[in-house]
Design a protein around this ligand. Structure first.
Ligand SMILES: Cc1ncc(COP(=O)(O)O)c(C=O)c1O
Length: 411
């Protein structure tokens, strides 16, 4: 059964009723009509400058009380059960994770605990700086594709500074038990850095509940935003201790004048200015001219997703996942994703009998039939990644299963 709220959400994606079976939200999502229109209006105004004031976006879409970026920050914060001050709008998950790593002060001999199947962006800020910072990296190894909490906890000791993990494994779809890991981090004063890009928009997230210090998330996947904007949540405790590693003037205000327009016009100011930066999450904004289109898209998508009841999208995608897994059973196909709905989000990773080459070929075949899904792998773990969002229907599952049945029969 699809609720009115989910039907309303789907109506924002007319292409889904035009023959496209879209199951690729984990790679790059579709843009809802409301965002398409809002971004078009924005771009038209950029082309035409109707007010003859080139800096107009700062008023309409900026950080003032009625600006889009303020609204988007507020909606992200509300979804996280946090305060707007805890949230920075950043370019991408990758950028948010980098900024978190830059801001965390480490000392020689400390260690960072990671997962060997995690997405590269989670580990990269640490692998690239470990030698210079004299840090030890400890990778919890997957076991048959799964991350066992005990394998993370066993690598934590008094020298652990950070545990950095995703909310789910991107090549299996299995949920990572961050609540258990976060509780241990909190008890030992360890910072938990979380990549939420593969679940936020589908799975409710309360960073305080998992004791996360930082949560990074891009907007272009499950949040259905144009590329170029996401967020970084910084817990008040982490913000009090961590100083961002970069300073863009537009994320601060001048120390000598009331705002930048006054500073630009004053005539007495120069490069020896030391701006005043806010404390809290917002200080993690890089502070150049931002992606207005990204913020507009984020704001519209969060508005649309926020019209569903809490947990409604998650319950829906788990129902679709169960339908898919039962159909795969009938076809004799296995998944990397756990059967237990509580251990999965919107992603189901399907295995072909002959492995990766066959899975890649299947994806090509599916695309020819206007079914969008991609294959993803890490360390030999992965397959056809099927992503269900609140906009998908049971009919999408059945269409995929029919296509897979033909592929299985065809060998
Ligand atoms: C788990 C995970 N983290 C990070 C990324 C990269 O996100 P972004 O492009 O927002 O940096 C991806 C996929 O692109 C991903 O699957």
């Amino acid at each position: 059964m699809t609720s009115d709220a989910l039907r309303g959400l789907r109506s924002e994606f007319p292409v889904l009723d035009g023959g496209l079976c879209f199951l690729d939200w984990g790679a790059s999502g579709l843009i809802p009509e409301a965002s398409r229109e809002a971004v078009k209006t924005f771009v038209d105004k950029l082309a035409e400058c109707p007010s003859a004031l080139s800096v107009w976006p700062w008023g309409e879409h900026g950080d003032g009380p009625s600006g889009t970026r303020t609204a988007a920050r507020g909606r992200i914060a509300a979804a996280l059960n946090a305060k707007a001050d805890d949230v920075a709008i950043v370019e991408s998950t990758t950028q948010g994770l980098q900024m978190a790593a830059e801001a965390i002060r480490t000392t020689e001999g400390e260690n960072i605990v990671l997962f060997d199947l995690d997405y590269l962006a989670v580990a990269l800020p640490w692998t690239m700086s470990a030698r210079a910072r004299k840090l030890e990296l400890r990778f919890a190894p997957h076991r048959e594709g799964a991350l066992h909490v005990d394998d993370v906890l066993a690598r934590i000791d008094e020298k652990t500074k950070v545990v950095a993990l995703s909310t789910i494994c991107w090549t299996t779809g299995a949920v990572i038990d961050l609540e258990a890991i976060g509780a241990e981090c909190a008890a030992r004063g360890i910072l938990l850095v979380v990549d939420a890009v593969q679940t936020f928009g589908v799975v409710p997230l309360d960073p305080a509940r998992i004791s996360a210090s930082f949560v990074a998330c891009g907007g272009h996947k499950w949040l259905c935003s144009p590329l170029g904007a996401g967020f970084l949540y910084v817990s008040p405790r982490a913000a009090a201790r961590a100083r961002p590693g970069r300073f863009g003037f537009l994320s601060g205000r001048p120390s000598t004048h009331k705002d930048w327009p006054s500073w630009f016009r004053a005539g007495d100011c120069g490069a020896d200015e030391t701006p005043v930066f806010p404390t809290g999450g917002m200080s993690f904004e890089t502070g150049g001219h931002p992606s207005w289109a990204g913020a507009i898209g984020l704001d519209r998508s969060l508005t649309l997703l926020g019209r569903t009841a809490p947990g409604e999208i998650l319950a829906h995608v788990r129902m679709l996942g169960t339908r898919l897994i039962e159909g795969l059973d009938r076809l004799g196909l296995a998944t990397w994703t756990p059967r237990d709905p509580a251990l999965r989000a919107g992603t189901i990773v399907v295995r072909a009998p002959h492995g990766r080459e066959q899975e890649l070929a299947w994806c090509d075949e599916l695309r020819k039939q206007r079914i969008a899904a991609t294959a993803r792998y890490a360390k030999g773990v992965g397959g056809v990644r099927v992503c269900f969002h609140g906009m998908n229907l049971a009919a999408d599952v059945d269409r995929l299963l029919e296509a897979l049945a033909r592929l299985v029969r065809g060998g």
